[in-house]
Design a protein around this ligand. Structure first.
Ligand SMILES: Cc1ncc(COP(=O)(O)O)c(C=O)c1O
Length: 389
């Protein structure tokens, strides 16, 4: 066994970077009378639209809310099917389940974690009403392939962009490649508003309906009413709004995004190069070129098959060395108890998603870390591997 010959560090998996600008922005909101329906949400939407070059950006309470609104707007329900990636967060699937439609799960590619287009094409039935996908860990999915299937069957495409802010495919920001996309600003994401999300789309009519459906289906929001308190409800809607405090944080966070992304890219490249020499593991593809530009949410290593039973020992050894880890995602969604009980998928199903869920460890590359942290993680991984083997 190697001895640790380096000074122990603490390398947290995720940590929001919030400073004086965010604090000041929040205090300004709290010092005034407007907590919702104010100028900051509008400003944040305009800034996000400009940053992603999206014609429409609508702030919502969470990424999950944005995903749900899309399927809700399609008026799908029992008897309908939506294609859902097996390897994603449960939110991608829940957004479909809320409507009463059924999820038809599709396996991912093992090298990327993104939906397998051939398997997707094979899963379409006469009941299919839409396709959802995730840009896994910020790597854009094969959108040409997915859109070809969608076009052939006239199906709408929803992108789960929770981890793909800053990720582009052939120069177009994720979320604008299908019909719509939803982003997450949960604390450990690329940027945060505490809770929060953004829905983007190229389509004006869709944006107009989602604007109403995120706020009870009212015809005029506060500020648009000629007589205070007087409005009509023209459709069913939810209360999925973002508030002014969240938007104020978001405006400041977005100003830092280019810097955040540059640091992630640099960290990812260094960690990936350092781990490449280790035969025990494979680094999941991340999209480093201009054609398919990933947003480097984290670096996920898939362990050699013989090492997979030792994964949690390895995690413990890394954690003991101060390295924060996570797993994306701890089970393929169809293996989660709720979905398994409902749809009855076998343990051996979705083998590629399973290899990632049950055989990978996610390491941090966020902007709270620097190149010394990356070098430390490479040493810590070598040390941890030697301890468990
Ligand atoms: C791929 C994916 N989609 C959706 C979500 C849910 O995001 P939110 O908490 O903003 O609803 C997450 C959260 O981790 C996620 O990883």
């Amino acid at each position: 066994m190697h001895e640790v010959t380096f000074v122990k560090r603490v390398v947290p998996f995720g940590k929001p970077i919030l400073g004086e600008a965010e604090q000041q922005a929040v205090l300004e909101v709290l010092g005034g009378p407007v907590l919702v329906h104010g100028p900051r949400v509008k400003q944040f939407e305009a800034d996000f639209a400009a940053w992603t070059q999206s014609p429409h950006a609508l702030a919502v309470g969470s990424c999950t809310a944005g995903l749900h609104l899309f399927w809700f707007d399609l008026e799908i329900g029992p008897g309908d099917e939506v294609i859902v990636p097996a390897q994603t967060h449960s939110a991608t699937a829940h957004a479909v389940e809320y409507t009463g439609a059924s999820c038809v799960f599709v396996d991912c590619e093992q090298s990327t974690g993104n939906i397998d287009v051939d398997a997707l094409a094979a899963a379409v039935t006469p009941r299919t009403r839409g396709i959802s996908l995730v840009h896994f860990l910020g790597l854009p999915a094969d959108m040409d392939g997915i859109n070809a299937v969608a076009k052939k069957h006239c199906l709408p495409v929803l992108e789960d962009c929770a981890l793909s802010i800053g990720a582009t495919y052939k120069g177009v920001h994720t979320g604008l490649l299908g019909d719509a996309g939803a982003f997450s600003f949960y604390p450990v994401k690329h940027m945060t508003t505490a809770e929060g999300g953004m829905f983007i789309t190229q389509y004006e009519d869709l944006a107009a309906r989602i604007t109403k459906k995120r706020a009870f289906g009212v015809d005029r929001v506060v500020g648009e009413r000629s007589v205070p308190g007087v409005y009509d409800v023209t459709m069913l809607g939810y209360n999925y709004r973002m508030n002014e405090i969240e938007a104020a944080i978001g405006i400041e966070q977005l100003k830092r995004m280019d810097g955040f992304l540059a640091r992630r890219r640099e960290n990812f490249a260094a960690l990936s190069a350092g781990l490449a020499e280790l035969p025990e593991l494979t680094v999941l593809a991340s999209g480093g070129d201009d054609e398919i530009k990933g947003s480097h949410y984290c670096l996920s290593v898939v362990l050699r098959e013989s090492l997979r039973p030792l994964r949690f020992e390895l995690v413990k050894a890394l954690n003991a060395l101060g390295v924060g880890t996570s797993v994306y995602y701890p089970r393929p969604v169809p293996h989660m108890s709720y979905y398994r009980n409902k749809y009855g998928h076998e343990e051996g199903s979705f083998p590629n998603a399973a290899a990632i869920s049950y055989g990978s460890i996610a390491l941090p590359v966020g902007p709270h870390l620097d190149l010394d942290d990356m070098a430390y993680m490479v040493d810590a991984m070598k040390q941890a591997l030697s301890e468990v083997q």
